[in-house]
Design a binder for this molecule. Structure first.
Ligand SMILES: *Cc1c(COP(=O)(O)O)cnc(C)c1O
Length: 472
């Protein structure tokens, strides 16, 4: 009898699921007790120990799970409650289940006709996101693999809308010196020479200097160039700064350029009252990058680009081939391939649909409000400590700070603060990263994990105090 190892029996599938679910749950409940970070040398050795040859025959499922969970354990723990570095990701549990289901079902969602109702569930997600940022009828968007690909899609769309094909060498894109580096990378990937990307200086709140932006646009126009895109930030990765979005929207309107807002970090705070007021004007952008795998706490792999006018996305991406089924041209029925660079794609919409339906959006709003509270709490705590200076107040849930004792300046001050951060991280309860603000080193705290609560922030503050005593 022929055997087909790629098709396990019903009992074999049940056994695999049971085994995997045991390990998954054990892993997740152990997260708070796992170290927040480990040293790079350990990681290097662990990785080297796992180099493998292409196996000709299979191995036992349990042994393979051992390998995977072993490899997942001692991490620079992006999933744990102590991860306050960079921009934390999420990992709400129902999304993991959703991916299991989506991959098990494996329906084709690149074109509407292949799975109309499943496509509709993902379209519901897009519609909800449009509602969250304040977009009205006619708006739309696409789920991507992350913020970087959303920014790339935005640049390509803006180019198709505002430039002629031959303008690639003269079109100009305006960013600030705080804009996420994926924007520059995307511009280059989209075919623009790097000299076409302007970095407008930011003010002392790290927000784009709008007067300088207007002046540069005028100069470029006078020089025969074609300004076509301004990229604003709603929550920079560096210090959490939010550009004056209303002023940017006015500028874009006056200049006839496309306004894209990178809200990969900040966007979902629009669910909260404080977030909405911090990001006033967001809905006036022509396109917005959101990162559900940050602010909506989904696992890595889900980004989003929203556009005020869905047709713009379609004009930029729709193509035709003889072997393809007929595309939908009714606004209610969307072929994702018509709006994006992808044809075949995973059913990533379920990662967002399931948790939002299961918990309700109120649960996410509450969690985001908690993050805003925790960041403000941390700023107040730090401000009350002698020799500590808040370099960037939290506009959303990110703040920057440093030790500035009398008589320590320049490089010595940077060095002291680097040692301070290392001494905090060495305790392995939280993981912080630093950055340069105004040419000087500062520590950052970004509260965005749904698993971070007051107890961990108190732990963080205790470690900050202990580390301070150690380095001063
Ligand atoms: C994280 C981030 C990005 C990039 O998003 P990825 O999902 O990591 O590709 C872009 N812009 C900002 C502001 C970000 O915080």
């Amino acid at each position: 009898m022929t055997s087909y190892p790629l098709e396990p029996t019903a009992d074999e599938m049940r056994a695999m699921l049971a085994e995997a679910s045991e390990r998954v749950v054990a892993h997740i409940v152990s997260l708070p007790d796992q170290p927040a970070s480990y040293d790079t040398e350990t990681g290097r050795a662990e990785a080297a120990a796992r180099r493998e040859d292409l196996p000709e025959v299979g191995a036992a499922f349990e042994d393979l799970l051992d390998t995977v969970f072993d490899a997942a354990k001692p991490t620079f723990n992006t999933a744990g409650p102590g991860y306050l570095a960079y921009i934390p990701g999420g990992g709400v549990f129902p999304s993991a289940v959703a991916q299991l289901v989506a991959n098990a079902v494996n329906r084709y969602v690149g074109v509407w006709i292949a799975a109309p109702a499943l496509v509709q569930l993902e379209l519901n997600v897009i519609r909800w996101f449009c509602q969250i940022v304040g977009y009205g009828p006619g708006s739309g968007g696409i789920l991507t693999s992350g913020g970087s690909l959303s920014n790339l899609t935005a640049i390509v769309t803006a180019r198709r809308e505002r430039l002629e094909d031959d303008d690639l060498r003269t079109g100009v894109i305006y960013t600030s010196d705080q804009t996420h580096h994926s924007v520059r990378k995307s511009a280059v990937l989209a075919g623009f020479p790097e000299r076409c990307v302007r970095q407008i200086r930011s003010n002392d709140r790290q927000e784009i200097d709008v007067a300088a932006l207007r002046a540069t646009i005028a100069e470029d126009r006078a020089a025969g160039l074609r300004p076509f895109l301004v990229v604003g930030s709603a929550g920079t990765t560096n210090t959490g700064a939010v550009d004056d979005l209303d002023a940017l929207a006015d500028t874009a309107r006056d200049e006839g350029v496309w306004l894209h807002v990178d809200a990969a970090y900040g966007g979902f705070f629009a669910l909260t009252e404080r977030g909405r007021s911090a990001m006033a004007g967001l809905e006036r952008a022509d396109s917005i990058t959101l990162d559900p795998h940050k602010g909506l706490f989904l696992p890595y792999g889900t980004g989003c680009l929203l556009v005020k006018e869905e047709q713009a996305l379609r004009r930029a991406h729709a193509t035709f081939a003889d072997y393809m089924p007929a595309m939908q041209h009714d606004a209610d029925y969307v072929d994702f391939t018509d709006l994006s660079a992808e044809l075949s794609r995973g059913y990533r919409g379920l990662s967002a649909w399931l948790p939002v339906k299961l918990f309700g959006i109120g649960a996410f709003r509450q969690a985001l409000d908690e993050k805003l509270d925790l960041a403000r709490w941390a700023a107040d705590e730090l401000r009350a400590r002698p020799d500590v200076e808040i370099v960037c107040e939290p506009r959303l849930s990110l703040l920057a700070f440093r030790l500035a004792p009398d008589g320590v300046e320049g490089d010595a001050l940077d060095e002291l603060n680097r040692r301070w951060m290392d001494a905090v991280n060495r305790r392995q309860n939280v993981y912080l990263t630093g950055t340069m603000v105004g040419g000087r080193f500062a520590l950052r705290i970004c509260v965005l994990s749904f698993r971070t609560h007051l107890d961990r922030m108190e732990r963080c503050m205790a470690d900050i105090d202990a580390a301070r005593a150690e380095v001063l």
